[in-house]
Design a protein around this ligand. Structure first.
Ligand SMILES: Cc1cc2nc3c(=O)[nH]c(=O)nc-3n(C[C@H](O)[C@H](O)[C@H](O)COP(=O)(O)OP(=O)(O)OC[C@H]3O[C@@H](n4cnc5c(N)ncnc54)[C@H](O)[C@@H]3O)c2cc1C
Length: 383
């Protein structure tokens, strides 16, 4: 007869998509999970991202297996959790196109003309190309996805949520002992996972090993007067501003909620201590508004209501790969961060892999050895 395994107590720190997916799969596999979040669940990038998902866009690179496993997990989670209704999961057609604000395109460009421009796109577009179909591209509303997953984790698997700031992790005999919060609360644990997104760099245990920096990106959310006219087409743009210079690369995602999300305008910037202190740069927001009205008259002022203007940080690493796995030197200490522009896509497979690693000792859903923090051991830090 098998001896029942003792319930492992795991504290997951960070209530973004990575922390929530990790908490969900850990608790589903039987761990007793506490999720610690400083502000509100999905208050940062995981609530303000586009939510675009692609099956094969990482093919040929080190993220391929993770992305494919995660795209398929998104599909099965959507069935399990009523994704289309609860968090706007749907398949999409994805189109790339070039558009010029000045209506005076650079002379070198040519039109491939091999795809249909969505009917609501009435700006001066050219070079249109279908780059994803309903088998290979999809979307979720990232904040609703993250919060729905957490509600299910709480209701079905007993995850506990604590609002507070992780200050430090304590150890005893080479093992993790507890997570200590800024207000003095102590949560005992067999394992601690740091899933702090761009705030990972503020933790010595991580910053002494590798760099995580924040790439600040902007977004706006519009609600057009006639949302039913906006078809489920995601747009990846090469946008030539009227004043010249390099083209910008904003993205446009209509959502089944009737909203249209636009993002772009990114630059490396200091990550503030408190996620609530992140503010958008007004110039970046006004560029996104100009992009919107140039793409479609249905997204211009008077035709669409501005519901949000916001900014958030992509968590980036120096080798452009996420850091997923066990930290060196002590037992029970783990990290999952650095997902850059694919955290919403790669959240489910990251969470499922972390759950297997912590509870079974290895991940079978996808090989995460490539992403181990051990790759930085012995390297001189570059920051
Ligand atoms: C504009 C934009 C568009 C994007 N679009 C897409 C997309 O279409 N598809 C895609 O796959 N990805 C997209 N991404 C990327 C994706 O949003 C990120 O990779 C992902 O959200 C990172 O999740 P995370 O959980 O690591 O970090 P975060 O979402 O930043 O979560 C970290 C959490 O940790 C909390 N925290 C910080 N410090 C502490 C502490 N001391 N104690 C407790 N809690 C703490 C924070 O409050 C936060 O909630 C986009 C990103 C941006 C910026």
């Amino acid at each position: 007869m098998d001896t029942p395994r003792e319930t492992k107590k795991v504290v997951v720190c960070g209530g973004g998509v990575i922390g929530v997916c990790t908490a969900y799969f850990l608790a589903k596999k039987g761990a007793a999970v506490t999720l610690v979040e400083i502000s509100a669940v999905a208050c940062a990038a995981s609530g303000k991202a586009g939510g675009f998902l692609a099956l094969d866009w990482c093919d040929g690179g080190p993220l391929s297996a993770l992305a494919r496993a995660s795209f398929n997990l998104h599909r099965s989670l959507a069935q399990e959790l009523d994704g289309p209704n609860s968090y706007g999961y749907r398949a999409l057609t994805t189109v790339s196109l070039t558009i010029s604000e000045s209506h005076n395109p650079p002379t070198s460009s040519t039109s491939t003309g091999d795809s249909v421009v969505p009917p609501w796109v009435d700006g001066p577009v050219r070079n249109t190309r279908t780059i994803g179909n309903t088998e290979t591209t999809a979307q979720v509303h990232p904040q609703l996805f993250t919060r729905t997953l957490l509600s299910n984790a709480i209701e079905k698997y007993g995850v506990e949520v604590v609002i507070g700031k992780l200050e430090r992790v304590t150890f005893e005999g080479g093992r993790v002992k507890s997570a200590v919060l800024e207000d003095g609360r102590v949560i005992n644990a067999d394992a601690v996972v740091l899933a702090l997104g761009p705030w990972s760099g503020k933790f010595e245990a991580l910053s002494s090993l590798f760099r995580v920096y924040g790439l600040k990106a902007h977004s706006i959310i519009l609600e057009p007067k006639e949302p039913e006219a906006i078809t489920p087409h995601a747009l990846f743009l090469s946008y030539y501003p009227a004043q010249g210079g390099k083209p910008l690369d904003p993205e446009v995602y209509p959502r089944p909620t009737g909203e249209v999300y636009l993002c772009g305008m990114s630059a490396v910037a200091e990550v503030p201590e408190d996620p609530e202190e992140i503010t958008a740069n007004p110039e970046s927001i006004s560029v996104l508004k100009r992009v919107a009205k140039t793409v479609s008259s249905r997204l211009g002022e008077g035709e669409a209501e501005l519901k949000a203007e916001q900014a958030c940080f992509l968590p980036c690493t120096d080798d452009d790969l996420p850091v997923i796995g066990k930290l060196p030197a002590v037992s029970g200490y783990y990290v999952a961060t650095g997902h850059s522009c694919w955290g919403i896509l790669n959240g489910p497979a990251t969470g499922a892999a972390m759950a297997e690693l912590i509870l079974d000792g290895e991940s079978t859903i996808v090989d995460i050895n490539r992403f181990s923090p051990y790759r930085f051991v012995g390297r001189r830090r570059n920051c």
